[in-house]
Design a protein around this ligand. Sequence first.
Ligand code: DON
Length: 304
Amino acid sequence: MDYSKVFYEINKSLVSYVDHGAVASYIPELQKISPDKFGVYLCTVDGKNFGFGDSNEKFSIQSISKVLSLTMAFEIEQDTLWKRVGVEPSGNPFNSLVQLEYDAGIPRNPFINAGAIVIADVLVSKLENPREDFIEFVRQLSGNNQIDYCDRIAQSEKSKGHRNAALCNLMKSFGNIDNNIHEVIDFYFDLCSIEMTCSELARTFLFLANYGKDPINGNQIISSSKSKRINAVMQLCGLYDEAGEFSFKVGLPGKSGVGGGIVVVHPGKYSMVVWSPRLNKKGNSNKGMRFLEEFTSYTESSIF
Ligand code: DON
């Protein structure tokens, strides 16, 4: 299929779409992004690539990196990982503290902030040099050794990161954080600060569209069973308390970030990234969701 034509047609159909969303402001540096940027990129598992708009401009991937840290931690810890974090949708905002108290410090899933902080703690425990080893893993997946953290964004988030610090402290009080909370939180902010383009990110996620194997170089990144499970968690939890709506409209496993990116994978077919910085009230890209809904309807390519 000529996806370039599909992107063009959908974009044309959305010219009168008025986006009332707002750029994330709770991380001061993110507020500087021009709100009307728009990029799309799709990589097929058989090696075709299609881009549209600002698809070669870097943006802050934020929570999208939680899928990559989960991949690494799952490979290291195997199924014992699930003693410390669940796989159920939370139905609550991504940064909520409420449920964590009731659940005795065990986060509902690895994509809400609390869950991703537990994953960061696992990596701090198990990697020799967490910061270096993790970015090396992302560089390997992306096939690009220029991918990096953005210290400016990480510092900006840290300056306002009291809620994440609260989550980390609460879990520490329940015995679900092993390391020094400052070390864990700093690493978590680093993970969220990675900058990538739509094309780099779509390339990075191809292994999840191909049963755990990178179709470009043949590297088996994780087993097909783990790939299935990570996609399942994305399907149910990747868009937080909007995961049901996203599944209903788009019908693909996906993961959002407050930088305005959304990545989706269609196992056996493609990985795709949409970037549009205006967010809805749940912290997900407004136009990104709309575009993906139009895309899977137009191409009849949801998993359902
Ligand atoms: O911890 C935070 O709040 C951010 N670093 C990441 C949140 C995020 O991307 C939520 N996604 N929509």
